[in-house]
Design a binder for this molecule. Structure first.
Ligand code: ADP
Ligand code: MG
Length: 325
C-alpha cells in the first residue's frame, strides 16, 4: 500500500459545502464562513479498545467513528460541514480493508453533506482512526449543557440500552437473543440525531447532550454545568420491548450506564415542548418526556431517579478510560 495512491483513492471528486475553498491536496484545507460559530469535535477509535474484528467490519469502523463524532455536533445544535481523518495503519491491514473504512465514513458523510477535507496517514502498531468534525451554527443557537433551568422538561430521543445489548449479542454469539439483528445494528450503525437537532432552531433555549456514556453520566453533566437538579422517572425511560428479555442487572446497567446509543438527552422550557415535539415528528424521531428540572442549592449537580414513588441518587458509572491506572 502506498500513502499517496491511498490518498488519491479516498479523495472526494466533488465537494458539497459551498464554503469550501481547498479540500484534500495542499498542506492544509481552507474554508470560509460568514456569520456562523464554528463548532468542532474529535474522536479516536482504536482496535481492541473500541472494537475488535468480531464486533465491527472495516466499513462499520468508519461508519461508527464518524457517527459518534456527528452525534457530538448534533448535541451542540450544529450543522455538520467537514471532517478530517488521521489514520494509523498496521502492516497486516490491506489497502482494500482501509478503503472500506473510508467507504463507511463516506456513506454517512454523504447522507449529511459532510466533506472530507484532509487528514494524515501513517503506519504504526495498532489500527487507530481519529476523526475531527467541523460544524456550523448560528451564534445564538449553540446548545450548551449549561443552559438547563428549573421548571424545564427533560426528554430523550429513541430508546436506551440497545447498543449495549447489540455488543453483548456480538461478543456472546452463542446466546440466543430475540431481535438480535436490531440490537446489533444499533451497535454497528448508530443514528446521530442531526436532522432532529438541526430542526430545533426555532427553540429559544435548550440544553442538549448526546448519550455516549449512559444517561446517568449525561444527565449529571447537564445538572453540574447548569447547577440544577435533574429528576428522571424510571417508568418513563424509553426502551425497546425486546430489551425486557435480558436479566434485570444487565439491562438496568445498559440503560443507565451503558451508553453508545448516541441518542440525545435535553431540557427545554414547558412552553417550548410543543416545538421540540414538532421537530421530532417532522424528522420521525421518537421522543419521550422522562423527567424535570428543579433548583435546590442542597442537591444541584445531582441526578435523582424516581422509582415506585421513591427517589434514589444516580451515581456516575459510565466507562472511563485511564481509570485503571
Ligand atoms: P503534508 O505532508 O503536507 O502534511 P500529506 O502528504 O500528509 O501532506 O497529505 C496530502 C494531502 O492529503 C493533504 O491535503 C492531507 O490533508 C490529505 N490527507 C492525508 N491523509 C489523509 C487521510 N487519512 N484522510 C483524508 N485526507 C488525507
Ligand atoms: Mg501530513
Amino acid at each position: 500500500m502506498n500513502e499517496f495512491s491511498l490518498i488519491n483513492k479516498i479523495k472526494q471528486k466533488n465537494y458539497k459545502q459551498a464554503g469550501l475553498i481547498k479540500g484534500v491536496g495542499d498542506d492544509a484545507a481552507v474554508f470560509s464562513n460568514n456569520n456562523s460559530h464554528i463548532v468542532t469535535a474529535i474522536d479516536t477509535f482504536t482496535e481492541n479498545v473500541h472494537f475488535t474484528k468480531k464486533t465491527l467490519s472495516s466499513k462499520q469502523i468508519g461508519y461508527r467513528v464518524l457517527a459518534a463524532n456527528l452525534s457530538d455536533l448534533a448535541a451542540m445544535g450544529a450543522k455538520p460541514a467537514y471532517y478530517l481523518v488521521s489514520i494509523v495503519i498496521p502492516d497486516n491491514w490491506t489497502e482494500s480493508n482501509i478503503l472500506s473504512i473510508f467507504q463507511g465514513m463516506n456513506e454517512i458523510a454523504s447522507r449529511y453533506h459532510v466533506d472530507l477535507i484532509g487528514g494524515d496517514t501513517v503506519s504504526g502498531e495498532k489500527l487507530t482512526v481519529t476523526v475531527t468534525v467541523i460544524g456550523l451554527c448560528h451564534p445564538k443557537k449553540v446548545r450548551y449543557r449549561s443552559d438547563a433551568q428549573a421548571g424545564d422538561i427533560v426528554f430523550i430521543t429513541g430508546t436506551l440500552g440497545d447498543a449495549q445489548a447489540g455488543l453483548y449479542s456480538l461478543v456472546n454469539d452463542e446466546v440466543s437473543v430475540q431481535d438480535k439483528a436490531y440490537f446489533i445494528k444499533r451497535h454497528q450503525r448508530p443514528t446521530p440525531r442531526i436532522t432532529f437537532s438541526n430542526l430545533l432552531e426555532n427553540v429559544k433555549r435548550l440544553s442538549l447532550n448526546d448519550i455516549s456514556d449512559g444517561i446517568t453520566n449525561e444527565a449529571a453533566e447537564i445538572a453540574e454545568a447548569s447547577q440544577v437538579t435533574i429528576h428522571l422517572c424510571d417508568e418513563n425511560i424509553p426502551i425497546h420491548p425486546s430489551l425486557q428479555q435480558f436479566p434485570y442487572q444487565l439491562k438496568n446497567n445498559w440503560i443507565y450506564n451503558g451508553g453508545e446509543d448516541f441518542e440525545l438527552i435535553g431540557t427545554v422550557a414547558r412552553e417550548e415542548w410543543a416545538k421540540v415535539k414538532e421537530a421530532a415528528n417532522k424528522t420521525k424521531t421518537p421522543i419521550t418526556k422522562v423527567g424535570y428540572v428543579t433548583y435546590n442549592s442542597e442537591t444541584n449537580g445531582n441526578v435523582y431517579l424516581w422509582k415506585n414513588n421513591k427517589k434514589e441518587r444516580l451515581i456516575k458509572k459510565g466507562y472511563t478510560h485511564l481509570s485503571r491506572r
